[in-house]
Ligand binder design. Sequence first.
Ligand SMILES: O=C(O)C(=O)C[C@]1(C(=O)O)C=C[C@@H](O)C=C1
Length: 361
Amino acid sequence: MSTTNNLATVRAQIDELDEKIQNLITQRAGLATEVAQAKYAQETKPVFYRPEREVEVLRNVIARNKGPLSNETLTRIFREIMSDCLALQQPLKIAFLGPAGTYSQAAVYKHFGHAAQNIPLQTIEEVFREVEAQTANYGVVPVENSTEGGVNQTLDGFINTSLKICGEIELPIHHHLLANVDKVEQIQRIYSHQQSLAQCHHWLNSHLPQVERIAVNSNAEAARRAFNEAGTAAIAGQMAADIYQLRIIASRIEDNINNTTRFAVLGQQEIPPTGGDKTSLLLSTPNQPGALYDLLEPFAHNQVNMTRIESRPSRQGIWEYVFFVDIEGHIQDAPIVNALQTLAKYTGLIKHLGSYPRAIL
Ligand SMILES: O=C(O)C(=O)C[C@]1(C(=O)O)C=C[C@@H](O)C=C1
């Protein structure tokens, strides 16, 4: 068979499959509206977004995957399908630290797909407030970066909020040097968020040691300035480059190639166990010898794996420090129930910030 014939035959097969795929997606969307009816019938205040179900769907996708498409690609496609199915039930409003083009927005797209309505806000505090006020259904806030550590505004937000963490998102962070200049020598100033400047510190020292570095509120704001001011560059992500029409002068300039930011999804609901969960707690100890040991011992004794511990000043005068602790498992798991029972004897405060499915890819 000639190449032309071959091409035509394969394309005919693709057309056939596309028709099937489209019919199946349409059928699936129909089922999603049936799910909505079932929720209205069964629940007084129906909850449409179900992270525990979404993660089950995605884990099934990964388990079935035999290639050639990667797990990342297939989960991205299925997330988008679920995003649109969910939008048929309830169009979600998601608050995050704006402006458009921030890594937080990339995290929103990764987790909620493109059917959700984006609400960019000016501060992390506002993200908490809008979700508390139910002006937004969910919020996405950065918790920690693998190079730079915890995001203090988010940790402080957890101290006072009644919201629950109902999901986590892990986003690999790739920083690019963006500008509309012809030569690197024309760059006189570089704008970026303080954390991004720190994450590219070595690269900047070796490639552009003389250029002034200026910290601004967000990477997207940096990109906006680079677009408007001659002789300036920004360190930001691909999305900011697209939005502000900037050229990538140098790509992936982060000092650590595994640079990743972890985000929390804030909401009003408690998520049931999925068999692959994490739990976030806020704990405090009295200021006395052995207090930190008493706080850690019940987890070790009950074989609960702690994935993170971080301290912050409590700002309340009663306790000097509070501890943010992440553990593997769900608050309903027996080892965690037992650990918390013991812990209650020693600590002044145990606040359950949420139990949620571990980030998928
Ligand atoms: O199973 C549900 O509860 C649905 O609403 C369906 C569905 C899906 O498309 O698979 C959509 C949104 C939910 O967040 C979870 C799953």
